[in-house]
Design a protein around this ligand. Structure first.
Ligand SMILES: *[C@@H]1O[C@H](CO)[C@@H](O)[C@H](O)[C@H]1NC(C)=O
Ligand SMILES: *[C@@H]1O[C@H](CO)[C@@H](O)[C@H](O)[C@H]1NC(C)=O
Ligand SMILES: *[C@@H]1O[C@H](CO)[C@@H](O)[C@H](O)[C@H]1NC(C)=O
Ligand SMILES: *[C@@H]1O[C@H](CO)[C@@H](O)[C@H](O)[C@H]1NC(C)=O
Length: 289
């Protein structure tokens, strides 16, 4: 494979890139000489196709402009004359995440009118979102335990990558290359079992009458690096009998209280009636009953 011929700066004199060390030496004398600091440590931070370029140092006497390019296109300026040390390049890559991109951070004196003599810059490492973006933590959308079947559905995360103006989900982008791994175990034990799917759904056989706990992880087996996402949070099933037992903690005392109240009420009534009957006999001749 040949190295792509990345576009060059319009001014040949600044295409001469000092080494990092020389850059550092320049920084030391920069303030006085009016030479902007040279950016270094350019790093891609990318998860689920949201991609940010970060670099150092914090601006001293300078501002930064970031440019991005594919080997086939001219440089395009994105973050103009910023004093931050990061630039979000997500939307530049969104229409074509399979493409390999190169960015560069240009350091300028605040008053420069273009990329003139006194600009210095550093190139980023090349970046191919499809291969290199990290897989974000997956989310379990729903699960159902019925009899001996456990059905787990993983949310298909929406990304900012686009095709024809519509946003794509991870599944849209990776197709069957994206797999999910399910780690599950009976909640009373710790021995984990695994299952794999190249959809977003698991339907696995489990023991009847047992509760299970599980988490999922996204995997792209075809990648060399960055194959796996972080693990999702762990969730556990709770069988109906469990729910009933939990509810009975509340329901049973309430029923008992109601029974006691009714019993007391009846008792009081009986007493009153008895009393009334008694006093009736004694006091009222009209009461012939
Ligand atoms: C670049 O970043 C790495 C990790 O963040 C750090 O270890 C290293 O010292 C940095 N290099 C320079 C020249 O500051
Ligand atoms: C930058 O430009 C402003 C006005 O355009 C001027 O007042 C200032 O002195 C300039 N600064 C430098 C460092 O040239
Ligand atoms: C699993 O659950 C999902 C979401 O509730 C549902 O769409 C799907 O049909 C279920 N699969 C099976 C095999 O029951
Ligand atoms: C994009 O949209 C156009 C028309 O809107 C359609 O002809 C084309 O097939 C679409 N391409 C993809 C990849 O969906």
């Amino acid at each position: 494979m040949t190295t792509p011929a990345w576009p060059r700066l319009p001014h040949p004199e600044i295409a001469v890139v000092p080494t990092l060390l020389l850059g550092w030496v320049l920084v030391q004398v920069a303030g006085a000489e009016g030479i902007p600091v040279k950016p270094y440590n350019l790093t891609w931070k990318s998860t689920n196709f949201k991609t940010i370029l970060e670099w150092e140092p914090k601006p001293i006497n300078n501002v930064y402009t970031v440019q991005i390019s594919t080997a086939l296109e001219d440089w395009k300026s994105i973050c103009f004359s910023i004093t931050a040390t990061e630039c979000d390049l997500t939307s530049e890559m969104a229409p074509n995440v399979q493409q390999t991109y190169l960015a560069r951070v240009i350091s300028l004196l605040p008053n420069s009118t273009g990329f003139l003599e006194d600009a210095v810059y550093s190139n980023s490492p090349e970046f191919t979102p499809y291969q290199e973006t990290n897989l974000g933590q997956p989310k379990i959308e729903s699960f159902k335990l019925v009899g001996t079947k456990l059905n787990v559905t993983v949310r298909d995360t929406q990304t900012l990558a686009r095709s024809n103006g519509t946003f794509l989900s991870l599944r849209d982008i990776f197709g069957k290359n994206l797999q999910y791994m399910l780690y599950y175990w009976r909640s009373s034990t710790t021995g984990k079992k695994t299952a794999m799917t190249n959809t977003n759904e698991f339907l696995i056989d489990v023991d009847k009458g047992q509760d299970y706990c599980f988490f999922v992880q996204a995997v792209i087996p075809s990648r060399k690096d960055n194959k796996k996402s972080p693990e999702s949070i762990t969730v556990c099933t709770r069988l109906e009998k469990g729910k009933f037992r939990e509810m009975s903690f509340i329901v049973v005392p309430v029923i008992l209280v109601i029974i006691v109240v009714i019993a007391l009420f009846l008792l009081v009534c009986k007493c009153r009636k008895a009393k009334a009957r008694q006093s009736g006999k004694e006091g009222s001749p009209l009461n012939i009953a």
